[in-house]
Design a protein around this ligand. Structure first.
Ligand SMILES: Cc1ncc(COP(=O)(O)O)c(C=O)c1O
Length: 340
């Protein structure tokens, strides 16, 4: 990695929360049934904290900053089934911080388990104070109000907002790219492409910034869980440029390196499409991978389609970055009838 970027990264305050490095494994079964490139999986679903997920890479830095600043309370916002909120709740328990989770009912028709199972169940288990708001609430304003009240009572509150990733946390995903390319180099494995879910842009932007710091020309394909490709690409590019600048790199991520496929969102964020359910079954039945119906399931549907459409060469090595999210499976159980 570029020496100044590495220096910047290692100087940042950080708390250790996860099991790194996560495994890099071949997807032997799925590669066989699909044909074409050799598929691999980077197991960020196995980061250890609170049943895993990529977001802990970001939280090691953003909560590291909060701890260094003397915070004793952390507020987190998101949907009722926010993976990030679950990870923050667990990290707060580990770090001895109070956690307040401000969660929105983000779907019009919530599956039965949405309000009490999956991530929100774990938030409560980790001792977070859970506050639920109706769909359409201005959650940012609620977070500001709650933080103000907590500060007025004498506490030092840190805030982790859903959907607003900042370079000082996003650099964690750049470190994740470094980890993946080191593992690949040790095995003399050339990585031609990496495929991942994309929603608030942090994961893909950070990973691209890491590729830039490493001067890696690997293709990075984001699969949208929510927004159009044009909107996602603009957000990912803007955040990747801010992240490379934060790392002190004078060559930003070029616009043409940002690629997002939005064909697998289905009827909207948080609603699994038939391609999502097919992808979950393929991954589970041929390689034993557990994918969620909101992020990783849609991303894997994008990977399957890209292989079928021959968007990779037969000799390519393609890595699926499994970003976690398994608790969602249980919140969505009644929407997964098609799994037969
Ligand atoms: C499991 C999982 N994968 C992928 C993503 C997408 O990451 P990002 O929001 O950084 O684009 C999320 C975001 O919540 C997630 O929870």
């Amino acid at each position: 990695m570029n020496a100044s970027a590495l220096g910047k990264l290692s100087a940042l305050p950080r708390v250790r929360l996860a099991h790194f490095p996560t495994p890099l494994e071949p997807l032997t079964g799925v590669s066989r049934v699909l044909g074409g490139p050799s598929l691999f999986v980077k197991r960020d679903d196995c980061t250890g904290l609170a049943l895993g997920g990529s977001k802990v890479r970001k939280l090691e830095y953003s909560l590291g900053g909060a701890v260094a600043a003397g915070s004793d309370v952390v507020l987190v916002s998101g949907s009722i089934q926010s993976n990030q909120a679950r990870l923050v709740a667990c990290a707060a328990a580990r770090l001895g911080l109070r956690c307040v989770a401000l969660l929105e009912e983000r779907l019009d028709d919530m599956p039965g388990g949405y309000r009490y199972s999956g991530n929100v169940l774990l938030d409560r288990l980790f001792g977070a104070e859970v506050r639920i708001y109706p769909k359409g609430t201005d959650l940012d304003a609620e977070v500001d109000r709650a933080a103000e009240q907590i500060r007025a009572a004498g506490s030092n509150a840190a805030v982790v907002r859903g959907g607003a990733p900042e370079p000082h946390g996003v650099v964690g995903y750049a470190a994740g790219a470094l980890e993946l390319f080191q593992q690949a180099a040790e095995r003399e494995l050339r990585v031609d492409a990496v495929v991942m879910a994309s929603e608030s842009a942090g994961l893909q932007a950070g990973f691209l910034a890491g590729c830039r710091a490493l001067d890696a020309r690997t293709r990075v394909l984001g699969v949208s869980a929510k927004r159009t490709a044009a909107a996602m690409e603009a957000s990912v590019h803007a955040l990747a440029v801010r992240t490379t600048a934060f790392l002190g790199l004078d060559h930003p991520v070029p616009r043409e390196a940002v690629e997002v496929d939005d064909r697998f969102v289905g009827s909207g964020y948080g609603y699994p499409a038939s391609s999502t359910i097919e992808a979950m079954a393929v991954a589970a039945r041929h390689d034993g991978l557990v994918l969620d119906p909101v992020y990783a399931g849609k991303a894997f549907a994008g990977l399957i389609a890209a292989v079928r459409e021959r968007r990779f060469r037969a000799g390519d090595n393609v890595v699926f970055l499994h970003s976690g999210g398994a608790p969602l499976l249980f919140a969505y159980a009644e929407r997964l009838d098609a799994l037969e």
